[in-house]
Design a protein around this ligand. Structure first.
Ligand code: PLP
Length: 384
């Protein structure tokens, strides 16, 4: 089975991992700060805090933005469940803003409509979590302008989009957001096996992220009534640290990111040319955007039941193509349906989920294999 995504590891990462494995510090050494520095330089943000997953980075980012019980968070229903679960961890209330069918990203028009309504009902969100679906960044400037008008914080879920740019602005620069979160799961632009990071330009947020990542403690001599401790805890945090072994992989990966992104782009361009004039419609990129090409999502032009995602996935997997669906709408997961979310609430996300499949994009995908994939897809989707 050809997977829809996989990591690209070179001898550089293998060498770095070997070195750290033989060193004194498997964790809490100097490699995680080095990786963080490289991330903040690459994204052009002031600070980066690495975590042991994108999910834990989302969790501590919500906490660092002051998310509390019963606060409201909005995100996109067309995302991985972690974009919503992070609000649940804080006992906040989650709601969704439907997507723009063309791009798969949160619709700015529907966001504005929902904000107008929520203001009247006094139900405005404390945090908005836009998701850069498939690596295509959302229009952060417009969202930022809305955040000033309606007073909410922005946490970008850029799990898909390290390396993407919007009008020459690097995703992760936080020019138009409070925090940006990345995931380094193996299918993403770069990997640390498991891992994630939050970038920000605020020193206050940065210090909170560090504290929540490490048990709620601050390092330093702490003396109390004749006792001594080398750290002190004044809040509740977690152990979400990224080990030096994982950071060693990340350092090798980020040093190679230019090549990784170039190759992913070439593969996507080949798909775009091959599908011209066929019944296959790739998800559309908006103007002035440089995607990280995390996913290549296709939908049929003719939306007939033969092409329901479950039918297409069954057929294509039998043919050896490991296609996947991004995403089963979060609000239709049993956990969220139990909270009262119903089918029909976010129609664009539902239509998208019913007809879309993600096809293979990864650095080691050979041209002849991609040609086979293209042939099978054209035969299936053009045979109406
Ligand atoms: C949009 C999105 N958000 C959050 C996450 C969570 O990241 P991780 O798997 O690193 O915890 C993912 C990972 O798949 C994702 O795709």
């Amino acid at each position: 089975m050809i997977p829809y995504g996989r990591q690209h590891i070179t001898n550089i990462e293998l060498k770095k991992v070997r070195e750290v494995m033989l060193s004194n510090n498997l964790t809490q050494g100097k490699l995680t700060p080095i990786f963080e520095k490289k991330l903040s330089q690459y994204t052009k943000s002031k600070y980066a805090v690495a975590s042991n997953s994108g999910t834990s980075a989302l969790h501590i980012s919500c906490l660092s933005l002051g998310l509390k019980k019963n606060d409201i968070v909005w995100t996109s229903p067309n995302s991985f469940i972690a974009s919503a679960n992070c609000a649940e961890y804080c006992e906040a209330k989650i709601d969704f803003v439907d997507i723009d069918y063309k791009t798969g990203n949160m619709s700015i028009e529907l966001l504005e409509e929902k904000l107008i309504y929520a203001k009247k009902k006094k139900l405005l969100p404390k945090i908005l979590i836009p998701v850069h679906f498939g690596g295509h960044p959302t229009d952060q400037k417009k969202i930022w302008e809305l955040s000033k008008k309606y007073n909410f914080k922005i946490l970008e879920d850029a799990s898909h989009s390290l390396g993407a740019k919007n009008k020459n602005e690097n995703v992760g620069s936080c020019k138009y957001s409070d925090i940006t979160v990345f995931s380094f799961h193996p299918v993403k632009s770069i990997t640390t096996a498991e891992g994630g990071a939050s970038t920000t330009n605020s020193k206050i947020i940065y210090e909170k992220l560090l504290k929540y990542r490490a048990h709620g403690v601050t390092q330093g001599d702490y003396k109390y009534k004749g006792f001594y401790c080398s750290y002190f805890q004044d809040s509740l945090g977690y152990n979400y640290r990224l080990s030096d072994v994982h950071s060693a992989i990340g350092i090798g990966q980020i040093e190679n990111i230019k090549k990784i992104l170039k190759k992913r782009k070439e593969i996507c361009q080949r798909y775009i040319s091959a599908f011209k004039g066929s019944n296959i419609e790739p998800i559309n990129e908006s103007k002035n955007i440089e995607s990280s090409n995390h996913l290549f999502v296709i939908r049929p032009k003719k939306t007939i039941s033969k092409f329901f995602t479950n039918n297409s996935i069954n057929y294509l997997r039998k043919k050896g193509i490991g296609v996947n669906c991004h995403y089963f709408p979060i609000h239709l997961q049993p956990y969220y349906r139990n909270k009262g979310f119903k089918i029909g609430l976010f129609k664009n996300a539902e239509k998208h989920a019913k007809f879309s499949v993600s096809i293979p994009v990864f650095v080691s995908l050979k041209k002849n294999i991609q040609d086979n994939v293209i042939g099978i897809l054209l035969e299936y989707y053009n045979n109406i």
